[in-house]
Design a protein around this ligand. Structure first.
Ligand code: NAD
Length: 489
């Protein structure tokens, strides 16, 4: 594996963004950010304290009043300008993301385009916030329904999509009229700190109030969020991350009755009916499994295939997985980057090892490579026992499990046999079967003959232990709005 010099953009910010200003941590503390492909430190970043968070909330509260004076059209213009500047700097964003998170540069470029699209989409939604006017049924007056910004928002994001997981929250919040404090994952704070530079430029250019967005990387997320959530001026927590942390935040949010949006874990099934088009299935299987190296909440974890085509599917998926090229994300040939940390890699290895020990077989992969970085190979497992942990936990890595069914209902039952309900995929060439799959796979999102389903114009989110709330679509802005009823004569 060749490892190009990981060169971050010159002058990349590493201090906190308290509104428009870069400041060191009030404690002076810093932490290191590693390149997961080498394990080497690439940057040292300010480690925010609860005092920094308190200052950010003061600034957010002050900014909200001034931001409310911006008309929907003016807010839309600000978001559009952010979209333009991010697009101009897309290569800086993509390289930064690859270096701190590991994904291949081509995928990082894809995330920049996708993540940035939320600014454009919500620039368009800012001017379409709905209302309603009706005559009261009794004829004794009128009903006016409008929407108002919920207030300051805390946005907590994971490391797997360092830009998009935050822009899905920041863009609708700003469009709705809310200030935001962003707490990026400490593994990948650099992409967000770079976005802070874009905010500083655009906000200064367009006279946006200072304090509207603050960005606070910290190694003590629990202390920071607890402190902010105890302050009644904070009105919402939007969280993307693991289900246990989501549950804890919902409990904490109860004390001040905060709005919450919870985008949590998944365990997506990928159901392949006997009549599916296998060429399409393989293309989509690789998208659904290997995008982001499998480190995606909507990654296909469980391939459930009709027994009559299982052998051919297994052979072809194995071949496609064998063609994957692991390496440093900056190397143009790479199609699979490292896992984010040694701990995550070891977790994946333990799930695979336990399945193998229980009788599963690997048709490819399954053994840890030597060398630097946190790499795990593209792996396909067959004959996995039904009670193996790997079928019930989120894998979050480049491992596909294949199990078979003999009737479609059996396949659907197995697909739904999970506490999660984020995404499901179904494949068939029969329109009735397609509709049957769409209606019977239990998830917030169902892809029919599609392996890539994320779209800023569509409502992204889950059911059951995958959480609640939606990001994107016209639904996404509702999460940042309170309904207000005005009774009129
Ligand atoms: P994580 O829950 O460990 O961390 C997510 C974020 O929460 C990070 O910023 C972290 O610093 C912060 N955090 C951790 N403990 C906290 C606490 N006690 N209080 C407040 N904040 C805390 O998750 P992760 O390992 O970074 O991300 C992977 C998880 O995210 C997976 O389960 C994945 O499915 C999920 N995810 C979900 C979606 C979705 O849209 N549903 C998208 C991407 C990732």
């Amino acid at each position: 594996m060749s490892i190009p010099q990981p060169q971050l953009p010159t002058g990349l910010p590493t201090d906190l963004w308290l509104g428009l200003t870069q400041v060191p941590s009030s404690s002076g503390a810093t932490f290191e950010v590693d390149d997961p492909a080498t394990g080497e430190t690439v940057a040292t970043v300010a480690d925010a304290t609860i005092a920094d968070a308190a200052r950010a909330l003061d600034a957010a509260v002050a900014a909200q009043e001034k931001w409310a004076e911006f008309s929907p059209r003016q807010r839309s213009v600000v978001l559009t300008r952010i979209f333009e500047v991010v697009a101009q700097r897309s290569e800086d964003f993509a390289r930064t993301m690859t270096i701190e998170m590991g994904k291949p540069l081509a995928e990082a470029r894809g995330e920049v385009a996708y993540g940035n699209e939320y600014f454009r989409w919500f620039a368009e939604e800012a001017v379409r916030i709905p209302g309603r006017f009706a005559t009261a049924p009794g004829g004794n007056g009128h009903i006016l329904v409008s929407r108002a910004a919920v207030g300051p928002v805390l946005a907590i994001t994971p490391w797997n999509f360092p830009l998009a997981m935050a822009t899905r929250k920041i863009a609708p919040a700003l469009a709705a009229g809310c200030p935001v404090i962003v707490k990026p994952a400490h593994e990948t704070p650099l992409t967000m700190l770079l976005l802070g530079e874009v905010f500083a430029q655009v906000f200064a250019e367009l006279g946006v109030p200072d304090g509207l967005v603050s960005i606070l990387p910290t190694t003590d997320a629990a202390a920071m969020s607890a402190h902010l959530m105890a302050d009644q001026r904070l009105r919402k927590v939007s969280f993307t991350g693991s289900t246990p942390v989501g549950r804890q935040l919902v409990r904490q949010a109860a004390d001040n009755l905060l709005h919450t949006s919870m985008e949590l874990g998944g365990n997506a099934p990928f159901v392949i009916a006997a009549d599916a088009d296998l060429d399409l299935v393989i293309t989509c299987a690789m998208q659904a499994k290997m995008r982001n190296g499998g480190e995606a909440c909507i990654a296909a974890n469980r391939f459930l295939v009709d027994a009559s085509i299982a052998e051919e599917f297994t052979t072809r998926l194995t071949r496609a997985m064998e063609a994957v090229i692991p390496g440093h994300g900056l190397d143009g040939a790479t199609t699979l980057g490292p896992v984010i940390t040694a701990k995550q890699r070891d977790r994946i290895a333990s799930l695979v090892d336990a399945a193998l020990a229980a009788g599963a077989q690997a048709t490819t992969g399954g053994t840890l490579p030597d060398g630097p970085g946190y790499f795990y190979p593209a792996t396909v497992l067959v004959n996995v026992p039904a009670d193996a942990r790997i079928l019930h936990e989120e894998i979050f890595g480049p491992v596909a499990t294949i199990t078979t069914f003999t009737t479609l209902d059996q396949g659907i039952r197995a697909a739904n046999d999970t506490e999660f309900g984020l995404a499901s995929y179904g494949f068939t060439t029969n329109v009735d079967t397609a509709q049957y799959l769409a209606e019977n796979l239990h998830a917030g999102m169902v892809g029919i003959n599609r392996g890539a389903i994320s779209d800023p114009a569509a409502p992204f989110g889950g059911i059951k232990q995958s959480g609640f709330g939606r990001e994107g679509g016209s639904e996404g802005i509702e999460e940042y709005l309170d309904v207000r009823y005005i009774a009129l004569n």
